[in-house]
Design a protein. Structure first.
Length: 453
């Protein structure tokens, strides 16, 4: 029988020699000083040898444990070398079964159950939030702490509901893996209980300027119809209600080629009661800044042939879907963190803070006018909504300058791909030369307005 001392004291000789232990286990000492564990056995009438590794990486006790294990397989009529090869192959295959590989297989298997857009959103959320962190790790090696770290990163940017949805999708991948024999447990199953709770009350909104610009950049880089990207930019610049933007008509824009361009949203399309909608001065007036005008220039070649500025993709006589901008924000990873209506909260918060530092006496009242808030006191209902228009233009310019810092020109949004396909078609817009559109004759202004070169 060998001992640790004998193994350690064994010296190399001109020729290899053996130091035997019990039950056909021996240490092969090579001329180069190597000490290799070997085990001889007989299977189906043939003499065979198994290697258990080299000393000191494999100690004497380790070698004996390996011998006893394979001897048990031999006693059951199995060839230990075949079992070893099967295990090696299984381990190699398990290493190839990374989370990303299994997740893509799960998605391909389940995508027929979902709408095309929803299926694309699911895959994109995994590609954005999960694969960069744990995608290359074998799924069988993932643990709850590793998955929780991924979800915490999503929570850290304020996307609480997105983190919850991602956990559900990760869990679904593991359930698929268990069914395929690739995974043995679902480490994401219990993590929902430790994630942050959803905020209640107001609609979620980013109200800090730098994260707001980052959100717009991220969303505009995602796949979407050019009209949807431009709608998002215009919504951010004007802070109108999403319903007011969706229903925008080209004949509501006045003096686009003049010194004081204006968007006149009719009272009938504004939020409020019947009295508000019947008011003589109930229209909401939105000063058009140079940044807004740039959006309209990029939009005109796409939709200027019809009455609606933002028509539906399928029905030109209907406004775009009320969910289009929201879905774009969700795909960009801001589900539960910012909604289309949130631009109004962002404008109010950021501009009121600016007014405290640099504003004039009545700027808070002007900001309220710009948001078209309905006054609570009926005595105030009839006030002239065209009041403070010069200052409103100034504040609109301040907001547009702050928000647009670092954002690409609106015309570039048109050239970005609308769908994630192998053939990413791009639409180039013509130069804004001789682009004319006619307003209805009922408008008080000139019936023909054109964009300047």
């Amino acid at each position: 029988m060998l001992s640790d001392a004998k193994v350690r004291a064994a010296k190399p000789r001109p020729k290899s020699y053996k130091l035997t232990d019990g039950n056909r286990l021996y240490l092969l000492v090579t001329p180069g000083g190597g000490k290799l564990w070997r085990w001889n056995f007989k299977y189906d009438g043939k003499q065979k040898t198994m290697a258990f590794g080299a000393w000191p990486q494999v100690t004497l006790s380790d070698a004996r444990a390996k011998r006893d294990e394979v001897a048990g397989h031999l006693a059951e009529g199995n060839d230990p070398t075949i079992i070893k090869r099967i295990r090696i192959k299984a381990n190699l295959e398990a290493g190839r079964q990374t989370f990303e590989r299994v997740a893509r297989a799960w998605h391909e298997n389940a995508r027929s159950q979902w709408a095309i857009v929803h299926a694309a959103d699911i895959l994109r959320s995994l590609e954005r939030d999960v694969f960069p962190s744990i995608g290359d790790i074998p799924i069988a090696q993932l643990t709850p702490p590793l998955i929780l770290s991924v979800l915490r990163e999503i929570e850290a940017r304020g996307a609480i509901e997105t983190a919850k949805r991602i956990r559900q999708r990760i869990s679904a991948v593991f359930i698929f893996g268990i069914g395929e024999g690739i995974a043995h447990a679902d480490p994401a199953e219990k993590l929902g209980a430790v994630l942050k709770p959803l905020r209640k009350g107001r609609q979620p909104a980013i109200t800090d300027l730098v994260p707001l610009r980052k959100m717009i950049l991220t969303a505009e880089e995602d796949f979407a119809r050019p009209v949807t990207r431009l709608a998002l930019r215009l919504l951010a610049l004007t802070a109108v209600r999403p319903s007011e933007l969706r229903g925008a008509r080209w004949d509501e824009f006045e003096d686009l080629n003049g010194a004081e361009p204006l968007w006149r949203i009719p009272a009938l399309r504004m939020k409020g009661d019947a009295d508000r909608k019947d008011e003589l001065n109930g229209d909401h007036l939105v000063p058009i800044t140079s940044q807004v005008l740039a959006v309209l220039r990029a939009l005109w070649p796409l939709t200027g042939g019809g009455p609606l500025a933002f028509p539906s993709n399928r029905h030109a006589h209907k406004p775009m879907s009320e969910n289009a901008i929201g879905y774009l924000l969700n795909r960009a990873g801001y589900h539960g963190h910012h909604v289309p209506h949130g631009f109004r909260a962002a404008f109010s918060t950021i501009m009121n803070e600016w007014a405290e530092r640099e504003g004039k006496e009545h700027d808070r009242k002007v900001i309220d006018l710009m948001l078209a808030h309905v006054p609570t006191a009926r005595v105030e209902v009839a006030y002239n909504r065209a009041a403070y228009m010069p200052r409103r233009r100034e504040l609109a310019t301040v907001w547009a300058d702050m928000l647009s810092d670092g954002l690409p020109a609106p015309v570039s949004l048109v050239e970005r791909p609308a769908k994630e396909t192998g053939m990413r078609s791009r639409r180039r817009i013509p130069q804004p030369v001789d682009l004319e559109f006619r307003f209805p004759s009922r408008m008080r202004q000139s019936s023909k307005v054109c964009f300047a070169r």
